[in-house]
Structure formats: C-alpha cells, structure tokens
Design a protein around this ligand. Structure first.
Ligand code: MN
Length: 312
C-alpha cells in the first residue's frame, strides 16, 4: 500500500473532511491540508457534517475556507480523526463512494479507508499529519502550524493528559518556531467563555452527582438550559472539563439533551480507566481517556447502564 498523501494530489475531485461535529483536532488537521492544497494550486473541497454551528472558541481556524457547494461525488477523500464511517454523518455515502479514501487518524483500528495512515498511540490526528508532512518534505507555514497546534492542544487537554509525550512537545516546539501562536490559541479555546456559558456552568455544577463508591461523577445539560441562557449547544463543550474536576471520581460523564429528546454523552477518565468501553455500550467510541456516544435511552437508563458497567 502506498502511504504517501502526495500520490493522490492529482486524483481529483478531492474532498477533505472529518468526523461529524468536528473538534479542534479534526478541524485543525483538515484545514492544514486544505491550506497546503491551496498553496499548491490543487483544488479541494473541505466540509463536515456540522449539526449546529462551529464552536466560537475554535474560530481562530480559517472557517471561511469551508466549501459551500459540495459536489455529488469525489474521486479522492481525505478523512481526519474518524475511526468509523458512521461518524461521518450526512456525508457518509458520498465519502464511501470515492475510489481513494485516505484515513489519517489516531483512533484504534479505523474500520474503513483504502489507505490508512494511523497511529493509535499518537496524541492527536494533527500529530500523525505533522509526521506525514515532514516525511513527504512539505513546508509548513504559520497558518498550517496554528491548525496543527490546535489539534495538539485540544486532544492533550493543553498538554496535560497522559498522551502528552516528549514527541508532542517536540512537535509543539517546531510549530512555535514556525510561528504558531500558542497564547492566542489557548486564550481562544480555554481562556475566555461567553458570559451566559459561565452562568450555565454554575447550573451544571449544582447538578453534579458523585457516586463515591464507584468513583463516578455526572451531570446533565437540558434543552431548557440552552433557552434559559440563550446559548448554542456547541458553546458548551467545555462543561465536561468542569465535571471531570471532581477529585474522588475516576470517571466523569456529561449528558446533553438533544432537541429530539435523545442524549449525547461525553466521558472522561483518570487513572487509566478505559471509558471507550463504556461508550461502546451505546455504540459510541473514542479513546481510553475521552469518549462519546449518542443514545435514545432516558437519562436515568443511561446512568444506570454506566453504573452497572463500572461495578463489574
Ligand atoms: Mn483526535
């Protein structure tokens, strides 16, 4: 298998994408490749299944590059940060029809792709992409460096999770040399929160439950919260980081009620507990320390199911 991305540069039309409701890592990697293509005068569309809006705390990324007019089919698709085609959302069909599907990722065993450039030990997809760009001799400019650094920062919890290896710091260091703006990115992602989002946070903190004997903590965001605080759901992703602060808990869950009454769950762990196994109870996925899922079960049923699984 030819694992060079440049092999596919002349096999257009090309689409660049990532998982549904892309995070800093999926967006950072995708925009980085898009900028590389633009610099080389290679035409490529970039888009994602975005159910609400893209989060404002990542708007230092070049959102304006997103393609408005998607084609009906693509010869080549680059897919970032997506271990399973079901996570492609509404573009799943058009993507799986492509002759060349290049999956660049750090999830465990992606289940698709005609070419896989994957390292499940890597902290972020942008780390995998960085290595690939260097390997193939591409120059990384300041804008690309900012995109790559965004994925590194978000997927390592600003260089704090256990996936933060010395290589992560080496790459971050190289990106800073190129001109990546760590302070600007960090301030946008973590250092500033909408006033209303901060008020909502107090509500979520009030609701936190701690099940001390199984070291499990959880809270919930309801649809009425979004109305009460006049806030978009995508502006509340940071709330899981508040729930996971509870010292006596190894496992943290934040449930977010969706407009159709179903729930999305974010799971985080410390001390090596594998929350991916909990997410898989609901056909979700992710990583050992951070995973997610969707479920049509009730809030109570979801929590019971997770509690029972932890007890085993
Ligand atoms: Mn990632």
């Amino acid at each position: 298998m030819n694992n060079k991305i440049s092999t596919f540069f002349d096999k257009g039309p090309i689409l660049i994408t990532g998982h549904i409701n892309p995070d800093g890592d999926a967006l950072g990697a995708s925009f980085c490749l898009k900028i590389l293509f633009d610099k080389q005068d290679i035409e490529a569309d970039i888009n994602f299944d975005i159910q609400n809006k893209l989060p404002s705390n990542l708007d230092h990324l070049p959102y304006y590059l997103i393609t408005n007019n998607m084609k009906d089919s693509y010869e080549t698709v680059f897919v970032f940060d997506c271990g399973n085609p079901s996570r492609l959302g509404k573009y799943e069909e058009v993507i799986l029809k492509a002759s060349n599907i290049i999956v660049i990722d750090h999830h465990i065993d992606p289940t698709f792709g005609t070419v896989q450039i994957v390292d499940s030990e890597a902290a972020s997809t942008t780390q995998v992409l960085y290595r690939q760009l260097i390997k193939e001799g591409f120059a990384i400019d300041k804008t690309m460096a900012n995109c790559l650094l965004t994925g590194l920062i978000t997927d390592t919890g600003r260089f704090q999770y256990s996936n933060t290896t010395s290589e992560v710091f080496n790459i971050a260091s190289e990106l800073l040399k190129i001109g990546a703006d760590l302070a600007l990115i960090s301030e946008n992602i973590y250092g500033s929160i909408e006033f209303n989002a901060l008020k909502l946070q107090s509500e979520i903190i009030n609701r936190i439950v701690l099940e001390k004997e199984i070291q499990f903590t959880y809270s919930t965001v309801y649809q009425e919260d979004y109305k009460k605080y006049n806030i978009d759901p995508e502006e509340t992703d940071f709330l899981i980081d508040v729930v996971r602060l509870v010292k006596d808990a190894n496992i943290a869950l934040l449930l977010k009620e969706q407009s159709d009454g179903s729930f999305k769950g974010s799971l985080r762990s410390r001390n090596n507990f594998n929350v991916q196994e909990l997410a898989s109870l609901f056909d979700g996925g992710g990583h050992k320390a951070a995973s997610g899922f969707s479920s049509t079960l009730s809030e109570k049923e979801i929590i019971e199911k997770i509690k029972n699984a932890i007890k085993i």
